[in-house]
Design a protein around this ligand. Structure first.
Ligand code: CS2
Length: 444
């Protein structure tokens, strides 16, 4: 459309309703390298970093790294890293232009640049949203050497850490922003195992100079569709190939354990705490647990979106049961946490009709998600002699999903899981025997 502008650094003419950074982007040094620059990072950590820069912080620009696909680099680099975040609700859409991302590297074809970016003196934080499977864990939760290959983030991190040590540079804060229980501890164990295997002499330096804070990250960010892009372009009279759509709500709780300086993310509402566990457990078991329940049960009933599934009175009841009767009693809440209020707010967020959050997006990678979302609740309740009927119904719907009843199955363990789901007595095989769940779920 000839009337639409294009995003780039010199002269961004966006409509008046679009908020935009007032800081000087060109004057910002790079402080963060982020692995996995998908829509979630752009609507969450990069958004917080942008607002910290807006509040006066300097030199926290982000180099984004894609481990596989060149898609985000192709969207953002021609736009000088600029993109918009739109917060959508029934009432209105609010759009902000984000200036925090400097550039996007495609790791397999820019190996040296990725390593150099992490090894650069200005870099102090390496953050990750590589999804559950990106951590390359085996069934026992330890590093699976066969998975942690040259294309995993470990292969870029290790040489960069070696360069930093040789140059006498400070260590890094390695910040997992994925939906794993104890994500900081898990990342620490896995990185230590990788370093032990490939360069044991670096280990003492990693252990003393680097930190691995745990985080709870929360913002619902559906995959952007072509229709979203064209509706946005009409509204802001600008084509943005990297636009992300999200909800007004956002939460980031971070364990205050940094190896060096950090942006003041708290100016945008991040909470720095000494123990993330209660927030992380509530989020994984209540929000994500409910999401997976709505995904498998909702798809089975023919719904496509979260807001449709939660409008079904039976699924609403099941979701409330999972959150309040099954998950909440397994969580030792922090004094300021009110889990009933949390559940009410989650239902309202799920009902947001403007988000168009697809159930099939949530249904993917069940083998990686269900241990921390359902099985930990189930195991804690079983230890008290209690059953979890809502989770049980969810597990049955997951088996149906694995049998292909909602279309093809997108899961790294699909090949192993599908035959089990199709065999007699599938749940016992899928979830473990004797009512005892291993802390890391094994498919066999
Ligand atoms: C969702 C999450 O796709 C999924 O599995 O449950 O991405 C969820 O939207 C986020 O964790 C919300 O913070």
């Amino acid at each position: 459309c000839p009337h639409r502008g294009v995003l780039h650094d010199d002269g961004v003419h966006v409509g008046v309703e679009v908020e935009r950074p007032t800081y000087e982007r060109g004057a910002q040094g790079v402080g963060i390298v982020h692995f996995g620059i998908g829509a979630f990072h752009r609507a969450h950590q990069a958004w917080y970093t942008d607002l910290a820069m807006e509040a006066g912080d300097r030199d926290w620009a982000i180099i984004g790294v894609s481990l596989r696909s060149p898609a985000v680099a192709e969207q953002l680099n021609p736009q000088d890293g600029l993109y918009t975040v739109s917060e959508r609700s029934a009432e209105a859409d609010m759009t902000r232009l984000i200036g925090a991302v400097r550039a996007v590297l495609v790791a397999p074809r820019e190996r040296e640049r990725v390593v150099a970016a992490i090894a650069a003196p200005g870099t102090r934080i390496v953050s990750l949203t590589v999804t559950e499977k990106g951590y390359c864990r085996g069934a026992d939760g330890n590093l699976a050497p066969a998975l942690a290959d040259a294309d995993s983030f470990y292969a870029y991190l290790l040489p960069a850490l070696q360069l930093r040590r040789e140059a006498g540079l400070p260590g890094l804060t390695l910040l997992s922003c994925d939906n794993l229980a104890d994500n900081g501890r898990q990342l620490e164990c896995l990185v230590v195992q990788y370093v032990e295997r490939h360069c044991p002499e670096l280990l003492p330096w990693v252990e003393t100079e680097c930190t691995f804070p745990s985080t709870m990250v929360d913002r619902i960010v559906p995959a952007t569709t072509a229709d979203d892009l064209s509706a946005l372009a009409d509204r802001i009279t600008l084509d943005d190939a990297g636009a992300v759509m999200t909800e007004p709500f956002s939460q980031w709780v971070i364990e205050d354990r940094f190896a060096g300086p950090r942006p003041r993310w708290e100016v945008a509402g991040a909470e720095l705490v000494s123990d993330v566990a209660p927030y992380e457990k509530a989020k994984l078991r209540m929000l994500n647990g409910a999401h997976s329940l709505l995904a498998y049960c909702g798809l089975a009933r023919g719904y496509a979106f979260v807001h449709q599934a939660i409008a079904d009175p039976e699924l609403l009841g099941l979701t409330q049961q999972l959150m309040l009767t099954e998950a909440a009693p397994t969580i030792a809440a922090a004094p300021q946490q009110d889990l009933e209020l949390y559940a009410r707010n989650l239902i309202a967020r799920f009902a947001n009709p403007a988000l168009n959050h697809r159930l099939i997006q949530i249904a993917m990678d069940g083998s990686q998600k269900l241990p921390q979302r359902w099985l930990e609740t189930l195991s804690a309740q079983q230890a008290q002699g209690q059953q979890c009927p809502a989770i049980f119904i969810g597990l049955q719907a997951w088996v149906q999903h694995l049998r292909g009843e909602n279309g093809s199955v997108d899961d790294p363990l699909a090949e192993q899981l599908i035959p089990l789901a199709k065999s007699p007595n599938p749940l016992a095989k899928l979830v473990g025997v004797n009512g005892l769940l291993p802390s890391q779920w094994r498919p066999d």
